[in-house]
Write a protein that binds this ligand. Sequence first.
Ligand code: FES
Ligand code: FES
Length: 195
Amino acid sequence: MSVDPLVADEFVTFPLTVDGVPREVTARWSESLLTVLRDRLGVLGPKTGCGHGRCGACAVRVGVGPDEPHVLCACLVPAATAVGATVETIASLGGPDGELSDVQEAFLAEGAVQCGICTAGFVTAATELLERHECPSRTEIEEALYGNLCRCTGYGRIVAAVESAARTRRERKDPVPLTTRKLTASLRTGPEAAE
Ligand code: FES
Ligand code: FES
């Protein structure tokens, strides 16, 4: 969305809820949501990468009204167009006392974090994917992360981390592994019951 150059430098005050906290923001019309978050509100989870929608380092989830929040590049959203929106940064994904989310844990465990500039964006996009899809294929993971760039890891470890997080979620939901269930059923009633 572009901003009328005649009003781009005018200040506007508007409400924004960031990571569950209602805030009042005064910013220029032309400022991006990323600038407002980092420079005006001190919310440093979203990172500044390319600054024009090509790297995903600034990804946050933005919800307006009753609509489900969606991942957007905060550098592309004129902040004042997000009036009244709810913004979830990486800080919304972990526990109340700073615990890491399962996706963040998986990134660490798989060695998918190096310099870290891209990580919040990848974790944000991966988290949204896993909320929609509990068993994504490798292709679906790669498609979901298509807008995120990483200069350090070579992507293989990032995809492995998302696969690992998905697997852990499925196992938590169904703590008895499938092979054990099949074996137990076959011991009770014969092999055909395990199908
Ligand atoms: S900083 Fe927003 S997409 Fe790169
Ligand atoms: S870990 Fe450095 S850019 Fe991804």
